[in-house]
Design a protein around this ligand. Structure first.
Ligand code: 13P
Length: 243
C-alpha cells in the first residue's frame, strides 16, 4: 500500500461469461461490496457494459471497459470509443493488456494514444505493463517495464488519476507469481519513475490465498484480477484482503 492512496481491486472478466452469468456475477459482487476500504471495479466484455453499469448504479462499484479506440468516433468497424463507455456510466478503461499487445499487436505508442483518448473522454485509464518470462530470466524486467511506461503513458496521465497495472506476462493465468521481493522491487522502480500519486496495481494469478501478502507490499495499491474475478466470493475475498 501507499499512504494516502485508496486501494483499487479491479476485476478483468476478459472474454468470459454468458449474458446470464454476467448479471449473476455483477449482482453477487454488488451484494458483497459493502464496508470495504478498497474501491471495487469490474470490467465486463463490451456487450455487458451497459447492463452491468445499470446493476451497479448507486452501489459504489465502478465499471470499466477492457479497451477503447484512439478516435472519438467514425469508420472503425468493431471498435468502441471511450466516450461510448463514459456515456454508459463506465469510469475506467483497461488499456495495453498483454493479451491485446499479443493478440492485436498493440504497441506502446498505440496504448499511449488510447490512454490520451480515454482521458479526453473523462475515463480513467488503467495501463498494463509487464515483462515476458524470457525478459525476466535475462534480468531485463525493470528495464522492460520502464520502457513500456515511458512509451505508453500520455501527458496528463497522473493528473487524470491514471492507474498502472504491473502484470508479468508469465504470471497471467498460470498460477505462477513473482516472489514478494521481486514484486516490491518492481513496484518501487515504477514508483520512482512515476511519482507519488499514481495507483500501482499488481496482476497475475492473484487469489484469496496470496492477496493479503501481495497487497501488504509497499507501493502495491491494489490488484487487477482475472480468473478469480469470475467467482464473486473469491473477488470479494481479495477485496477484503486490501483492508
Ligand atoms: P489472472 O488473474 O487470471 O492471472 O489474470 C490476470 C490478468 O491478466 C488481469 O488483467
Amino acid at each position: 500500500m501507499t499512504p494516502g492512496i485508496r486501494p483499487l481491486i479491479a476485476g478483468n472478466w476478459k472474454m468470459n461469461a454468458s449474458a446470464r452469468e454476467a448479471v449473476d456475477l455483477a449482482q453477487a459482487v454488488r451484494a458483497g461490496a459493502t464496508g470495504l476500504a478498497a474501491e471495487l471495479l469490474v470490467c465486463p466484455p463490451f456487450p455487458y457494459v451497459a447492463g452491468v453499469c445499470g446493476l451497479m448504479a448507486g452501489s459504489g462499484v465502478a465499471v470499466g471497459g477492457q479497451d477503447c479506440h484512439t478516435a472519438v468516433k467514425g469508420a472503425h468497424t468493431g471498435d468502441v470509443a471511450a466516450a461510448m463507455l463514459k456515456d454508459l456510466g463506465a469510469a475506467y478503461v483497461i488499456l495495453g493488456h498483454s493479451e491485446r499487445r499479443a493478440d492485436h499487436g498493440e504497441t506502446d505508442a498505440l496504448v499511449r494514444a488510447k490512454a490520451a483518448a480515454a482521458i479526453a473522454a473523462g475515463l480513467v485509464p488503467i495501463v498494463c505493463v509487464g515483462e515476458t518470462l524470457a525478459q525476466r530470466e535475462a534480468g531485463q524486467a525493470e528495464a522492460v517495464v520502464a520502457a513500456q511506461l515511458s512509451g505508453s503513458l500520455p501527458e496528463g496521465f497522473e493528473a487524470a488519476g491514471g492507474v498502472v497495472a504491473y502484470e508479468p506476462v508469465w504470471a497471467i493465468g498460470t498460477g505462477k507469481v513473482p516472489t514478494e521481493a521481486d514484486i516490491a522491487a518492481l513496484h518501487a522502480a515504477m514508483r520512482a519513475q512515476l511519482g507519488a500519486k499514481t495507483r500501482l496495481l499488481y496482476g497475475g494469478s492473484m487469489k484469496p490465498s496470496n492477496a493479503q501478502a501481495i497487497l501488504a507490499l509497499a507501493n502495491v495499491d491494489g490488484g487487477l484480477i482475472g480468473g478469480a474475478a469470475l467467482v464473486a466470493a473469491d473477488f470479494l475475498a481479495i477485496a477484503k484482503a486490501a483492508g
